[in-house]
Design a protein around this ligand. Structure first.
Ligand SMILES: [Zn+2]
Length: 70
């Protein structure tokens, strides 16, 4: 399992989504304005959960490739 977060700031990615990252990747990117989503089995579950906060939530292509739509 991984711990996932969603970026509250939608401007720092090419598609202007609210991106979901693993905590580890968010830390390495310096994403500080975040909502902690919690532990999930995979990024697909984490992004589905994040959609409760942001309907445009999308997986980061680096750390959440199976949930990355663009
Ligand atoms: Zn990421």
């Amino acid at each position: 399992m991984n711990y996932y977060i969603v970026n509250r700031n939608a401007t720092y990615n090419p598609g202007y989504h609210h991106e979901v990252h693993t905590q580890e990747h968010a830390d390495s990117l310096g994403v500080s304005d975040r909502i902690n989503l919690g532990w999930f089995n995979n990024e697909v579950e984490a992004v589905n959960f994040a959609k409760a906060y942001y309907s445009d939530a999308d997986g980061c292509k680096t750390c959440c490739p199976r949930a990355h739509k663009g």
